[in-house]
Design a protein around this ligand. Structure first.
Ligand SMILES: Nc1ncnc2c1ncn2[C@@H]1O[C@H](COP(=O)(O)OP(=O)(O)OP(=O)(O)O)[C@@H](O)[C@H]1O
Length: 232
């Protein structure tokens, strides 16, 4: 589902150049969950942006869902994301002028689905928000907003679900609910899940754990209490 070979990212040039990712090799198969841990500035969000096709590597190759991204223009990348990828961000990124159901329906409408509203409602029901369908984001709690964002990320049943600090703005109980939904997506669909987190306990629930620092992979470990081990 994800294959990165020798991926480096450098922002800026000359004396001000910053090497944000250095020679990253990474593979993630369908049905696997991966957590990425690392200190602030390590390059985690940049790695996620590379995998999502939102950022292009300075050097190296990126293939997602069997497609080499180097050959894709912006339209091709947008189509790939619309078909295969869902993303959940720390700051929710809901559109404030749209209701919950409109936020979730929007990506389906943009890809021409004629049953967008019904699928949006079903996705919101699955995250326990059937009583909040017509609320605007400002009228929802942080946890409710993240559940709407999760529903929007999975409403098109992507084969790859990405999350960048999805629980960073949430209290403990809500964080647990969102991490259960994210990791449960693999069990429900057989898709791949990659999440970035500062939370070691959450990271350990994934099948594999990748530590990055200063743009380099330090270690890749099986997470000891991962869902595959059945210890949770
Ligand atoms: N567009 C850009 N231009 C220049 N530098 C950038 C750009 N984007 C990111 N950086 C730098 O790259 C480094 C890695 O950023 P990144 O956001 O990937 O880190 P991170 O590990 O996700 O950090 P955090 O945990 O704080 O979110 C940082 O030093 C950041 O300032």
């Amino acid at each position: 589902m994800i294959r990165l070979n020798g991926v480096s990212v450098t922002f800026g040039r000359g004396a001000t150049a910053v090497n944000v990712l250095r020679d990253i090799d990474l593979a993630l198969a369908s049905g696997e969950t991966l957590a990425v841990l690392g200190p602030s500035g390590a390059g985690k969000s940049t790695l996620l942006a590379i995998v999502a096709g939102l950022e292009r590597p300075t050097t190296g190759r990126v293939a997602i869902a069997g497609q080499d991204l180097a050959g894709q223009g912006e339209d091709g990348l947008a189509r790939l994301r619309a078909r295969h990828i869902g993303i959940v961000f720390q700051a929710f990124h809901l559109i404030p002028t749209l209701t919950a159901r409109e936020n979730v329906a929007l990506p389906l409408e943009l890809s021409g689905a004629d049953d967008a509203d019904a699928r949006a409602v079903a996705a919101l029901e699955r995250v326990g928000l059937s009583h909040r369908l017509d609320h605007y984001p400002a009228a929802l709690s942080g946890g409710e907003q993240q559940r709407v964002a999760f529903a929007r990320a999975v409403v098109h049943r992507p084969s790859l679900l990405l999350a960048d600090e999805p629980t960073g703005n949430l209290d403990r109980a809500t964080a647990r609910m969102i991490s259960d939904a994210l990791l449960g997506y693999r069990d429900e669909t057989g898709g791949a899940v990659m999440l970035i987190t500062h939370d070691e306990a959450l990271a350990r629930r994934a099948d594999r754990l990748l530590r990055i620092e200063d743009g380099r992979i330090l270690t890749t470990e099986p997470a000891t209490s991962g869902a595959m081990a059945g210890a949770e």
